[in-house]
Design a protein around this ligand. Structure first.
Ligand code: B12
Ligand code: SF4
Ligand code: SF4
Length: 227
């Protein structure tokens, strides 16, 4: 595959200019549903693009200031702009976590990075904790040579007391899953703390605190969530 390999260093450099990083990838096996690649046939491989902490935030704000009109779903649009540009330059089709029908980003991430879900549903990263996300993916017509993810330690297995399940005033997260409606009602009503500085359960996790999103960033995501 040598000559056909994507230019990983070039891709990483262009993403880094917007605070984004490559989050691993894999080759689709023949029995796996793969979205179409740049040629229009089923893609052979995928590289995930995302963020550790809120590194993209200043880049996003700069972009937003330059827009002549108010853009709906601005972070999604900024991500599509940046990752779409990388795709065009490096021969990939870019897709977004917000595309409909939803693409299985978390399943892809579990495969690409060996991560497992926390009790909150958010994947737990051994370094970033709960403070990371996926902003897009690059689909290629060729297989990529990429080291298979080693299974990282799953910090939730070692967590005594699980504070992430004890801070929500309406117990929205439980073994039964996420009570979306209860959370929404609280955040739209009494939940000033959630609105202004983010989910209390997510913030209660003791890991990856150096990557925790700034309160303004958490408030932005919360505003989008309750819209
Ligand atoms: C729909 C959706 C939601 C719905 C869930 C409804 C439901 N019960 O399915 C709602 C609106 C509740 C939601 C909320 C949040 N979400 Co959400 N969501 C998605 C989205 C767009 C699609 C999920 C999907 O159906 N995928 C299709 C299936 C086939 O793919 P999958 O990989 O198998 O999907 C898995 C997840 O959906 C997961 N799941 C199911 N329910 C929930 C609920 C939550 C809260 C999470 C995190 C995961 C999760 O289980 C599925 C099976 O493995 C994904 C992006 C994506 N394309 O996957 C983000 C995504 C899962 N969400 C994410 C996040 C961070 C959140 C929030 C925590 C923060 C936010 N965005 O504001 C909030 C929680 C609000 C809070 N209290 O703080 C991240 C998770 C990142 C990570 N590190 O793991 C994703 C990947 C988006 C991203 N850009 O990175 N989300
Ligand atoms: S508080 Fe514990 S169980 Fe909850 S997400 Fe953090 S490490 Fe995992
Ligand atoms: S945002 Fe607030 S109401 Fe919703 S799950 Fe988190 S702590 Fe609970």
């Amino acid at each position: 595959m040598g000559a056909c390999q994507p230019d990983f260093a070039g891709i990483e450099a262009q993403l880094a200019a917007s605070g984004l990083i490559l989050r691993g990838g894999f080759n689709f096996s023949s029995d796996q549903a793969a979205p179409v690649g740049p040629s229009g046939s089923a893609a052979r491989s995928v590289l995930l693009v995302g963020q550790a902490g809120d590194a993209p935030w200043p880049h996003f704000l700069k972009w937003r200031k330059l827009q002549s009109e108010i853009v709906a779903d601005p972070l999604d649009n900024w991500s599509r702009d940046v990752i779409g540009g990388v795709g065009v330059r490096f021969g990939a089709r870019a897709v977004s976590p917000s595309d409909r029908p939803h693409l299985p980003f978390q399943q892809w991430a579990m495969r690409a990075e060996g991560l497992r879900p926390s009790p909150l549903g958010i994947l737990m990263h051994p370094v970033y904790g709960l403070w990371h996300a996926y902003r897009g993916a690059l689909l290629f017509d060729v297989e990529v040579v990429i080291q298979e993810a080693e299974k990282p330690i799953h910090l939730c297995d070692l967590c005594v007391g699980k504070p992430c399940l004890k801070s929500c005033p309406v117990d929205a997260y439980s073994e039964a899953g996420f009570a979306h409606g209860e959370c929404l009602t609280h955040v739209r009503g009494q939940g000033k703390a959630c609105r202004e500085a983010g989910c209390l359960d997510r913030n209660a996790c003791p890991h990856g605190t150096g990557y925790r999103y700034a309160p303004a960033v958490q408030a932005f995501h919360m505003a989008a969530f309750i819209r």
